[in-house]
Ligand binder design. Structure first.
Ligand code: AFP
Length: 334
């Protein structure tokens, strides 16, 4: 049987062979992965978990918080606050930064997360996941404030997501490619199953919520119309469409077989719908490290200078040649 490489072994090898992984970052990523296992445990119990009912809270996004959103956030905060690697955390489920309490040592890293992405799929047993991003705290001597987090995505030292689907998978980059692990539920270990994820540069599959079509900007409408025209249109081939309405699931599919994921700005979502800091940035780092491209329609997402923790952004990411075609359509339009 082929030697099974666990997440711990992979991170130790990265620490030894590349200066990109410090002992502190390795420990941080192992703690985040362990927290994801716990979240996956709750998710996989479905209605039997007794959580998931809307508790009536409305989070900073104005969304009804399901208890599992809150539980996932608590699991991540409690797992990460005592280890000494982090100075603070930002989450979709918390209005402002969570500063590691004085009773614990504060470290050099900042953690940003969407604890339960796709949670509106929970009621229908759809795939959901946890997205995370790691930045360095640039001024380690000072308690971080909101501004400490407002770094462009290119400053990320690690990013990843867990996908709680038929299997629980963990996708990770530390800046040395993108890799995938599958949870061996008997052993409780994440085992390396995709040692070098590469996104095909071409694709005939796109992902977009087509119910927004009337609101799309012209370059997006042009691109989608050409895909729908298929063999009879300018693309000369038929396209397929997928939309899981769970970014982690749609992005994982693209990592596995190519495609383009689109949640563009439109007349209804003027800034876009997805969050820059803990959805678009980590996913862009992962996609680029797998040979793909990620823009806000035109500009590279990882170059964008954030101005607010929960700001939204348009997202077009995946197979390089399609994302670049869409960016060209935006340039032509402007
Ligand atoms: P929820 O976490 O509220 O389910 O939103 C999921 C998400 O942020 C992202 O994962 C999906 O790609 C996108 O929203 C789906 O948006 P629509 O519901 O508008 O299709």
């Amino acid at each position: 049987m082929a030697r099974r490489v666990t997440l711990t072994q992979y991170l130790l090898e990265q620490q030894r062979s590349h200066d990109k992984v410090s002992p502190g970052l390795r420990l941080l990523l192992e703690v985040v992965a362990r927290a994801c296992k716990m979240i996956g445990y709750h998710v996989n119990k479905g209605p039997l978990s007794g959580i998931g009912d809307v508790v009536g809270n409305i989070n900073v996004q104005g969304e009804a918080q399901k208890k599992l959103d809150v539980v996932a956030n608590e699991v991540l905060v409690e797992a990460n606050e005592w280890g000494g690697q982090l100075a603070a955390m930002v989450s979709e489920e918390m209005d402002g930064p969570y500063i590691v309490p004085d009773r614990y040592p504060r470290g050099e890293y900042l953690l940003l997360m969407d604890p339960l992405d796709g949670s509106s799929n929970l009621d229908v047993n759809g795939p959901v996941g946890t997205i995370f991003s790691v930045l360095r705290h640039q001024d380690e001597g000072r308690v971080p404030d909101e501004n400490a987090f407002l770094q462009p995505g290119s400053k990320q030292v690690a990013a990843g997501f867990a996908l709680y689907g038929p299997a629980t998978v963990l996708v990770l980059t530390v800046g040395n490619g993108t890799v995938g692990f599958t949870l061996d539920k008997e052993l409780g270990s994440f085992v390396l199953t995709q040692p070098n994820i590469r996104i095909p540069e071409d694709t005939s599959e796109f992902a977009i919520n087509a119910s927004n079509a009337r609101n799309w900007e012209p370059p997006v409408k042009r691109y989608i119309d050409e895909c729908l025209a298929g063999k009879t249109g300018p693309r000369g081939r038929d396209f397929n469409m997928r939309w899981v309405a769970s970014m982690v699931a749609d992005v994982y599919r693209i990592l596995c077989r190519g495609g383009v994921f689109m949640y563009p700005r439109d007349a209804k979502h003027k800034e876009g719908r997805l969050r820059l800091m803990y959805e678009a940035n980590p996913m862009s780092f992962i996609i680029e490290q797998a040979g793909g491209t990620a823009t806000d329609g035109e500009r590279r997402i990882l170059d964008l200078q954030p101005t607010a923790l929960h700001q939204r952004v348009g997202v077009v990411m995946g197979s390089k040649n399609e994302v670049e075609r869409i960016a060209a359509y935006h340039r032509e339009a402007s």
